[in-house]
Design a protein around this ligand. Sequence first.
Ligand SMILES: [Zn+2]
Length: 284
Amino acid sequence: MLPSPRVLLSIDFEPWFALTRRYDKLENSVERRNLDGGFTLQAIDPILEKLGSSKISFYLVGEIADWYPEIPQKIIKAGHELGLHCQIHRSLVGMDELASDIRASASWVKDYGVRGYRAPMVGMSEAAYSLLEESGFVYSSSIYAPAGTLLQKGKVWEIPVSTLRWRRGKGTYIAPRQFTWGLLLGGEYPYGSSLSIGLMGKTILGILENELKKGFSPVLFMHPYEIVRPPHWVSRIWRDVVSHPLLWPFTWNKAEFLAAVLRNFPVSPIGTYLDDALNVRAKV
Ligand SMILES: [Zn+2]
């Protein structure tokens, strides 16, 4: 039994340059704040406005809460779920690096009663689940698997970003699980990623409709710079896109896609869905 179907919409709320991996080179938080140039603060109100009365999950890069404490406050005040994306946006698969990253955000995670985690680059390691459990997280949404998949790692639930299987047969899914070309060639398409939304937004609206009809609740993620265009966007990112063409679909404006999702489907935060799923299970 699954809870009532809805789109589990999430925004990985990060600076525009997280996309271009410039985090890897900038060691200093003040430098990073300067490079953000106030974009994250400028983006939050228009995004909240576009969401209207719909409630979703925001996974926040923790140092943004240090730069602009009003951002997590605005998210909570508007009734959305606040989760952690990581403290500093880097690929965090090493145990020590991940542990210090989670420690760095511990105080605001506690202050805001954060329960959910989305790994940067949707890259999760085995060790991460026990670290999340120790830090009091209830769930993660940090792997890819078909909608309707709900996995348990110790006391931490994993609610994957959605993929579509177009081959028959029941797959078995375990966490962690990296999305590879092998999975893609094996017939699994990660339609929940913002890359896919950029490439084929209209098709994804059709997939969402079908998934909901089947009773599933698909998990999608987007980024603030895909909904509100950063100032001087083209001049800021063209060099990165030329050297990494796969970044291109991430730079497209997806505000229309967001509006279409909100207009056509029920949405809810991932944490709310988890509570509903566990209630349904408890009743069976
Ligand atoms: Zn990210």
